[in-house]
Design a protein around this ligand. Structure first.
Ligand code: NAD
Length: 351
């Protein structure tokens, strides 16, 4: 066996159906008495309900969280932290809301309790991406890792099917890249395998019956495991390309992952045959890249960059940016092959 280093993440995790009932007890357990509750505008009602449950423990609500954690939004939230004398953060929502909580924690060191309602997995990572003046920068800092995460499957029942599908593909991408990460280890491999299989099983079930509790439970469980993968080992070509495309063209995060993943898998299949075999097995497919694209198609996720708002003129600058910032990838980066990958992803060609 290859030598490895493993560091466990210290977050306390509560998983189940109806676990939001434990919110007050968990906030108290953190020693928080004046929580600022965060959400996006769309989930304001959900957090008003949570704030009611918290009663006097909720000092305020800030519901302006936005995709890619814009610094100006964080600055407004910081003013709210000061105004209400918050001594802790409760973030309820997807990666955007979690990102805002992390950005506040980075600046204040306040404890965070996160209640994820998508499959993005940010709650399990010490990673924060922030956007300012159209540039997204990513940092890794243990200060931004949440202290407590409550996974309540019932809060995901309302996640629209389309969003569930792309968010699930986003989670699968964390597991796929963990399987061929340079610093991979056997524990993360197990989680990647299990997370991928749980999501591959769950997503078609959610599409068929969006309020299926078993499928929703499997998906959230898989998302948790895939989030740990993302937080534990380094990502490669796929995440770097999605980061580049998201930052340059403001493409929607989860949708970009769904489109790029099969093509990134194809790029790396020869260089990472063991990972490709595991992905294929978890998907019940003969070929990893094809299996990922078939799953995306089956659950109605987008398969081309064109359909999610990119224009053909963007391909060359994206190739240039991807090549200008060298990073480790199982298969060395070759400009002509990266261009070909992006062209195929742009048109939605078979992976
Ligand atoms: P999101 O948080 O932006 O959510 C998308 C929309 O769905 C929002 O309007 C939200 O309010 C709504 N929504 C979420 N859950 C819902 C539910 N259960 N019911 C109804 N509506 C719901 O999307 P996302 O894909 O979860 O997160 C994307 C962001 O997270 C990006 O900024 C990305 O960079 C970041 N992210 C960060 C990490 C990390 O480790 N730092 C990991 C993954 C994603």
């Amino acid at each position: 066996m290859q030598a490895f280093t493993y560091t466990g993440l210290p977050t306390r995790v509560i998983f189940g159906i109806g676990t939001l009932d434990k919110l007050t007890a968990e906030v108290e357990r953190l020693g928080v008495s004046r929580a600022l509750v965060l959400s996006t505008p769309r989930q304001r009602e959900m957090v008003e309900d949570a704030a009611r449950r918290l009663g006097a423990l909720a000092a305020g609500i800030f519901s302006e969280a936005a995709m890619h954690t814009p610094v100006d939004v964080t600055e407004r939230a910081m003013r709210e932290v000061e105004r209400c004398g918050a001594d802790g953060i409760v973030a309820i929502g997807g990666g955007s809301t979690t990102g805002l909580g992390k950005a506040i924690a980075l600046r204040t060191n306040l404890p965070q309790l996160v209640v994820p309602t998508t499959y993005a997995g940010s709650e399990m990572t010490p990673i924060l991406g922030e956007t300012e003046h159209g540039r997204k920068t990513t940092l890794r800092n243990p200060k931004v890792l949440p202290e407590t995460v409550i996974y309540d499957v019932s809060l995901t029942l309302e996640l629209p099917v389309k969003l569930s599908a792309v968010s699930g593909m986003n989670a699968i991408a964390h597991a796929v890249e963990a399987l061929y990460a340079q610093d991979r280890n056997p524990v993360v491999d197990l989680m990647a395998d299990e997370g991928l299989a749980a999501l591959a099983r769950a997503l078609p079930g959610i599409v068929a019956k969006p309020d299926d509790l078993d499928a929703r439970s499997d998906a959230l469980y898989g998302a948790w495991l895939c989030g740990i993968c993302l937080g534990s080992v380094g990502m490669a070509l796929h995440h770097k390309l999605c980061h580049t495309l998201g930052g340059m063209f403001d493409l929607p995060h989860a949708e970009t992952h769904a489109v790029i993943l099969p093509h990134a898998m194809r790029y790396n299949t020869n260089a990472a045959p063991a990972a490709a075999a595991k992905v294929a097995r978890a998907l019940g497919a003969g070929d990893a890249a094809r299996g990922l694209q078939d799953l995306a198609r089956r659950v109605g996720a987008p398969v081309s960059l064109r359909e999610i708002g990119m224009t053909a003129e963007g391909i060359e600058p994206a190739v240039a940016q991807a090549m200008s910032n060298p990073y480790w990838n199982p298969e060395p980066l070759v400009e002509t092959r990266i261009r070909e990958l992006l062209e195929r992803a742009f048109h939605g060609s078979d992976a």
